[in-house]
Design a protein around this ligand. Structure first.
Ligand code: SF4
Length: 297
């Protein structure tokens, strides 16, 4: 049985950057603990590895306890709303900003259009940390939608609108909603005015959408596909959907212990892939475990 790790899988550059900043921050702090606001990525294995080095995960409720402790708190790739920055300032807590530059650019875009009076429509999950940050930069005066039905129900078509997306959402659904919004606006406004009325910016991250085509190919080339990711990873869920649509023998695991020997019965090729938050070193462990199962058969 041949076991191959997808060469396009592993951390996206934004996550690599955040992890490097975190490791550097711990080293610069004489190996004293550095805190991070929320899990650095939705992957328990990588969280555990970094915690051993001194990166401690805390949550927003814990911030007031750091008052007067000279603590350093890292902001992860998803970004934070302005209220987090003001609270840290008030408490005298030093923030190390590791927000992904693409997320910062998206926040700035939302802020600009909001200040110009546009209605902000976000295709995303309302409680996803990146969306909480985006909601924060427009004082939560925005519409968050996840389906075409919600778009038609919640968007105020009498207002000039900016339509953007959380960076890790599904591209096909984004396009579908874009087309529904454009059709409605075209019905309501003269041709020359509709583009002004509805500004659409495709803010999906290419580190995620660019992987879709390759992933379909990789999933179809293997008899069995093992998808490794944290169960809370939004990006993991959308990439796994592509795998299972292409190859029904695709299995999602978070832990190596979840592998089932019967999945590999009669398989000649097994592929291993993962989300943009799945560490390469953990996929190597999964590969070793599958090879062991194949020897025991
Ligand atoms: S998926 Fe894209 S936006 Fe998100 S952290 Fe990675 S590079 Fe940045």
């Amino acid at each position: 049985m041949k076991v191959t790790i997808d060469e396009h899988s592993g951390f996206c550059w934004g996550v690599v950057r955040t992890i490097e900043i975190a490791e550097q921050a711990v080293a610069d702090n004489d190996n004293n603990s550095v805190y991070i606001l929320g899990e650095i990525i939705h992957n328990p294995k990588e969280v555990e590895r970094l915690e051993k080095k001194g990166l401690k995960t805390i949550y927003h409720n814990d911030l007031p306890n750091l008052k007067g402790t000279n603590s350093k708190v890292l902001i992860r790739a998803h970004g934070e709303p302005p209220s987090t920055y003001s609270l840290a300032k008030e408490l005298g807590v030093e923030l190390i900003d590791a927000t992904c530059p693409l997320v910062t650019a998206l926040q700035n875009r939302v802020k600009k259009f909001y200040n110009e009076g546009y209605q902000i429509v976000i295709f995303g999950k309302p409680q996803h940390p990146e969306v909480i940050g985006l909601r924060g930069v427009c004082n939560d005066e925005c519409v968050v939608i996840q389906t075409p039905e919600e778009a038609l129900e919640k968007v105020d078509f009498s207002r000039k609108t900016l339509f953007i997306s959380q960076t890790t959402m599904d591209k096909h659904l984004f396009e579908k909603i874009r087309s529904i919004l454009q059709t409605r606006v075209k019905e309501l406004y003269a041709y020359d005015n509709y583009k002004e009325q509805l500004v659409v910016k495709d803010t999906l991250c290419r580190a995620v959408t660019g992987r879709e085509e390759h992933l379909r190919k990789f999933a179809s080339e293997n008899d069995v596909l093992i998808f490794v990711a944290g169960r809370n990873s939004s990006n993991g869920k959308s990439l796994f959907k592509i795998c299972i649509e292409t190859n029904p023998k695709s299995y999602f695991i978070e832990e190596v212990e979840e592998l089932q020997p019967e999945w590999f019965k009669n398989a000649r090729n097994v592929g291993i892939t993962g989300a943009t938050s799945t560490p390469r070193w953990y996929m190597e462990e999964v590969k070793n475990a599958i090879e062991k199962i194949s020897l025991e058969k």
